[in-house]
Design a protein around this ligand. Structure first.
Ligand SMILES: [Zn+2]
Length: 144
């Protein structure tokens, strides 16, 4: 990774250091699709698969700024953090917190599901929005 050492992100923090400071992954399970090019088009999030009903945690503290249902994301929650970045949690089976709820990293915000665009297998679609959608691994220490 010597070549990576010189690459600095917009935030001024080297990529490797950013990952070392990452928060716990909001779900445990297996990453089935990373952020980046995918057969169906660029994937703007990180997919983590596990059994339906597995707990989804906030991962980072913040306040629930949106909670609802959309065609693609299914049941989703959005948490806005103190640095104004947002995390989107999609395909939930159940939402456990409402808009305005203050959460910390370990707060359970919902249950993993297969709502929205789905092949029927439960997974979390995790997005991080920092002006634009960025790689969630910059914020969360999720499995490789
Ligand atoms: Zn996804």
């Amino acid at each position: 990774m010597t070549l990576m050492a010189g690459i600095v992100l917009a935030g001024g923090m080297p990529a490797e250091a950013a990952e070392r400071h990452a928060a716990p992954c909001p779900a445990s399970g297996r990453v089935t699709q990373d952020f980046g090019p995918a057969p169906s088009g660029f994937h703007y999030g990180l997919d983590i698969a596990n059994a339906a009903g597995s707990p989804i945690k906030a991962g980072l503290a913040g306040k629930v700024s949106s909670s609802g249902s959309s065609g693609a994301l299914g049941q989703f929650i959005v948490v806005t953090h103190s640095d104004a970045t947002k995390t989107v949690y999609g395909h939930l089976r159940k939402r456990s917190v409402g808009v305005g709820t203050a959460v910390n990293g370990s707060t359970k915000i919902g249950e993993m599901g297969a709502t929205g665009t789905s092949d029927g297998r439960a997974r979390l679609h995790l997005e991080v929005i920092d002006g634009e959608r960025v790689n969630p691994r910059l914020k969360y220490n999720c499995p490789r």
